[in-house]
Design a protein around this ligand. Structure first.
Ligand SMILES: Cc1ncc(COP(=O)(O)O)c(C=O)c1O
Length: 615
């Protein structure tokens, strides 16, 4: 998904010659007005001071066109956006400082940070071990054999599926490769996905058993059920419970307010409970205001177009979620991807963006960096301190999706800012969902009052989508109050500590077993690499027979070479449950040959609990 057309298009764009400082360039198609000898354009940036002369940028250092000393004094770029096109890394005599940049004698601006400042480092507890060569070769071979068998199968056996009728002369409505892949590759392991459940997805989950008599084309329920330890739900703090305070208060709210408002927030759908949740969310996150929406996916996809548009540049992490990508596509902004969590590459992209500007030569209207807090496919944690430094240095905005980190990370469960002890007000746009740690549904955007007021008017999700259901809202309020300790107990604190303890213990034990895991030591999503497509199915099926439910992820959701099992840890898991799971993983790893890791293994017993680790 991250290799979307827009992305590829953006990254292939020909680097433009560096436009001269905006002070010298006036395009004939730009509407401008003059005041105090300075010409202002409709873009809001000051462009020309030399009356009617139309000058065009031709070189990168522009000595010939340097302004006179007089002009340099009177015409410094006045806004960060007008500065953006003027930035150069050329060394030159410094004559003044504006907004952290230095105005130079050659008409350019360069950074005032003359000494190269080292970026603050996030503690490195991450591991992305490389796939062994033999495994890589076998994975490719195995996949092509599956595809080849699929083609033979399709050639000789007509699939038992509905086909489009009376469509002669039409182009096929559905993508041919996708159809082929689903029918002949994915069908072989289809039983491992979309498994119906009939309980809350808590520490354990009840699966409805089913069988297939036609090799995965269809499934029938057997009428029996299987209770499994659940390592497949984002129930980070264990609030997915059928009884207890959250369930009781949600049922009570359902009785009082019904299950839906049947209207949008902007019309008749706003209830006092929505306002209460927004106030509580802002307080929980430590920011001025928040706005909530009924769906996490729509929070990204329908709000991003209200924040960025044509003429804006978005620098997006290559592993960003589909909801972010969709929102960005809808917005019309230019999207450029940077390598996953790679601060160096991000800085390069920022520099280029500022120097080259848009293809028209105009500076970008704004530059927005978009990252996630915890990446659920990789188990990595954003390098937030470095990214904040960059965003400040280059005057870019930062949008952070905390779907997997809010509630789950940090001493107080307040997300990645809490984890790194960073002031949440350093992030311009904080986004998160209520689907994971709060065991509910929906999403939020939090930040300054001005940002939230803007969204209350311009957000499509606020204007056109039905408001959040009252019992769903109540589930979030109650669980958030527990996390904050506002219920008068230390239950929230205990859950946060238990999740951190479970995470470290489980990850360290897996490393000791010798399997390859991805991501950060503190991330509660734990991808275990199995590489081969057939091994994903084998691991999931075998674990299910041992009453362990988990999730597999393979191509096209991951790169071909990186098929994995994803374990999601929860505060609801006990040490006994984790030990049971780990003993079976060890056995399966031996049988299926999953011990790919070449890292040294800790020979001593892994401790479950250590005070200074969780404090
Ligand atoms: C990073 C991220 N953002 C947004 C979403 C969408 O949230 P929801 O599932 O609540 O619609 C998800 C879903 O998993 C996600 O992982």
């Amino acid at each position: 998904m991250s290799g979307s057309d827009e992305y590829r298009h953006a990254s292939r764009r020909r680097p433009l010659p560096v436009p001269l400082s905006g002070v010298f360039r006036a395009e004939s198609n730009v509407e401008s007005s003059s005041s105090n000898g300075k010409v202002w354009t409709k873009y809001g940036s000051m462009m020309a001071t030399r009356t009617t002369t139309r000058l065009h940028a031709v070189n990168t250092c522009g000595e010939e066109m340097s302004p006179s000393a007089e002009e340099k004094k009177t015409t410094p770029p006045s806004s960060p956006s007008s500065l953006r096109n003027c930035l150069t890394l050329c060394g030159a005599e410094e004559v003044g400082k504006i907004n952290g940049y230095t105005w130079t004698s050659n008409g350019h601006v360069h950074f005032s940070h003359t000494k190269k400042k080292k970026l603050q480092k996030s503690p490195s507890k991450e591991s992305f071990e490389k796939v062994p060569f033999i495994t890589a070769a076998l994975t490719h071979l195995g996949f092509y054999i599956l595809m080849f068998l699929g083609f033979i199968n399709q050639l000789f056996f007509v699939p038992k599926v509905a086909t489009e009728k009376n469509r002669q002369g039409y182009a096929p409505l559905y993508d041919n490769f996708e159809k082929f892949y689903l029918r002949y590759v994915y069908r072989r392991v289809r039983d491992c996905w979309n498994r119906p459940i009939c309980s809350v997805p808590g520490a354990t989950v009840t699966l409805k058993d089913r069988v297939t008599k036609d090799y995965g084309w269809t499934f029938q329920f057997t009428g029996t059920e299987t209770q499994c330890i659940n390592l497949g739900s984002y129930n980070y703090l264990g609030f997915a419970e059928a009884s207890g305070k959250c369930a009781e208060e949600s049922i009570e709210t359902l009785r009082k307010f019904g299950c839906a408002s049947c209207s949008t927030r902007l019309e008749l759908g706003t209830m006092p409970i929505h306002d209460e949740l927004e106030r509580l969310t802002a307080k929980f996150l430590g920011v001025e205001d928040a706005i909530v929406f009924g769906m996490g996916f729509a929070t990204n996809s329908l709000n991003l177009p209200s924040l960025v548009s044509k003429g804006c540049l978005v620098l997006s992490d290559e592993k960003n979620h589909a909801s972010l990508i969709l929102g960005l596509r809808l917005s019309g902004a230019v999207i450029q991807i940077f390598k996953h969590n790679n601060v160096k590459h991000l800085e390069e992209c920022l520099k280029k963006a500022i120097v080259f500007g848009q293809s028209t030569g105009e500076p970008w209207k704004k530059i927005v960096i978009i990252v996630e807090g915890v990446y659920s496919m990789e188990g990595s944690i954003v390098h937030l301190p470095e990214i904040i430094e960059l965003k400040k240095k280059y005057k870019a905005y930062l949008y952070m999706d905390e779907a997997h980190s809010t509630g789950a990370m940090g001493k107080h469960g307040r997300g990645v800012c809490d984890y790194y002890s960073v002031d949440p007000r350093e992030i311009d746009i904080l986004m998160g969902t209520f689907t994971k740690s709060f065991a509910s549904a929906g999403g939020y955007i939090a930040g300054t009052k001005a940002l939230i007021n803007h969204l209350r008017i311009y957000s499509h999700a606020h204007t056109y989508a039905a408001s959040m259901s009252p019992p769903v809202t109540q589930q979030i309020i109650t669980s958030m109050q527990i996390i904050m300790g506002e219920d008068g107990t230390d239950d929230g604190e205990k859950r946060i500590k238990q999740l951190a303890r479970n995470t470290r213990y489980f990850r360290r034990r897996l490393n000791q077993i010798g399997v390859i895991t991805y991501g950060n030591e503190d991330s509660p999503v734990v991808p275990m690499l199995v590489y081969l497509f057939s091994k994903i199915g084998a691991v999931i099926r075998t674990l299910t027979t041992r009453n362990i439910a988990t999730v597999g992820v393979g191509f096209p959701a991951t790169p071909l070479m990186q098929g994995r099992i994803r374990f999601c840890l929860s505060a609801a898991h006990t040490k006994e449950q984790l030990d049971y799971v780990l003993s079976h993983i060890e056995e399966i790893a031996d049988t299926l040959g999953l011990k790919y890791s070449r890292k040294p293994r800790v020979p001593t017993k892994i401790e479950y609990y250590s005070d200074n680790e969780t404090e």
